[in-house]
Design a protein around this ligand. Structure first.
Ligand SMILES: C[S@@+](CC[C@H](N)C(=O)[O-])C[C@H]1O[C@@H](n2cnc3c(N)ncnc32)[C@H](O)[C@@H]1O
Length: 317
């Protein structure tokens, strides 16, 4: 994956539609939440009525929709995404899992094709950071939500290497390195904004967008997982984390990630060298070697802000 996830829109070529991305996103979603947190904290906060209708906006390969469909077989879940290829892959994955309570539809989150007050719950996960106009998308999500229905958005605010301990990378990092990464990452984010492809700092502002859209924000939390791999990786959870790291650091022979970063960097006034430096700053080859040698320690957070909000009822109930 590139240093920064990049949005697609009808105007730009999508980066989401290939099977590597599909399997990466499916692995990643498994490591956002511990299952006890999702089941015992998040599901009750979503408070979806029995047999309720749920919309997962920007469902991609079905990450969140499929977790919900498995845990709540009574629900009717619709996953919506702009990319038909992602939707086909999601539908196939749901069929493999024998899930009959989830369907997938194509559409643009900026103009949801559903009537007002249609769904009992409307959710999204790592989507608002990638759309051209997050405020409009949240407004649309609020519009199609029933009064007293619940909204949940799980969105990141990029905190970069500050939230990561990695045994290979840490040896090489000094203050100058952190300063440069921070400056260049900011440029990349500005490039993404300049090209209308979203905002990697958006997560922390979702509660404000929900409030502006007329929703009543009743809780804001963080996801709970901390990725940890410590040799000899004795515990089953660590095997799942290791799989994710292997996918994250896998070779990028066509340097697709670099091409994307150059485009973003240039849009913010940076140079190709800046993009190249940042692209190489993760020491991917050395990390891959450490994984192959069963010798990598990493402890890292991928911070998602979880916004829970309710659409006020007819009489503000
Ligand atoms: C990082 S992926 C997240 C996928 C999924 N929610 C998950 O958690 O795995 C972002 C998704 O947003 C979708 N997307 C971006 N812009 C969109 C838009 N305007 N309307 C609908 N979906 C959009 C992309 O196609 C992509 O599948």
């Amino acid at each position: 994956m590139p240093m920064t996830e990049q949005s697609n829109s009808s105007k730009t070529k999508s980066i989401w539609v290939d099977e590597d991305t599909a399997s990466f996103l499916r692995l990643r979603v498994k490591t956002f939440y511990n299952s006890d947190y999702f089941e015992r904290i998040m599901l009750p906060l979503m408070n979806i009525p029995q047999h309720g209708h749920v919309l997962d906006v920007g469902c991609g390969y079905g990450g969140l929709a499929i977790v919900l469909a498995e845990l709540r077989p009574d629900l009717h879940i619709t996953g919506l995404d702009i990319e038909t290829a992602a939707l086909e892959s999601a539908a196939q994955y749901a069929r493999q899992k024998g899930l009959a309570n989830v369907t997938f539809e194509q559409g643009d989150a900026h103009r949801l094709k559903y009537e007002d007050n249609r769904f009992d719950a409307v959710v999204c996960q790592t989507v608002l950071t990638h759309v051209g106009d997050a405020e409009a998308v949240v407004r649309e999500m609020a519009r199609v939500l029933k009064p007293n229905g619940n909204f949940m958005a799980a969105e990141y605010t990029s905190v970069g290497p500050i939230s990561v301990y990695n045994s290979v990378q840490d040896k090489k990092r000094d203050d100058a390195w952190y300063e440069k990464v921070f400056r260049l990452t900011r440029l990349l984010l500005k490039g993404k904004q300049a090209l209308g492809r979203g905002d990697d700092y958006l997560g922390v502002r979702v509660p404000l967008l929900a409030t502006v859209a007329g929703l009543d924000v009743f809780d804001v939390r963080l996801n709970d997982r901390v990725l940890h791999v410590i040799p000899p990786y004795r515990h089953p959870k660590q095997a799942a984390y290791l799989e994710l790291l292997k996918a994250l650091y896998e070779p990028d022979p066509d340097r697709k990630g670099l091409a994307q970063n150059i485009e973003l960097m240039r849009a913010a006034g940076g140079t190709e060298e800046d993009a190249e430096w940042l692209y190489n700053s993760g020491d991917a080859a050395a990390v891959r070697q450490a994984i192959a040698d069963d010798n990598l320690t990493e402890i890292s957070a991928y911070v998602l802000y979880l916004t829970f909000a309710r659409k006020p009822g007819k009489y503000g109930s």
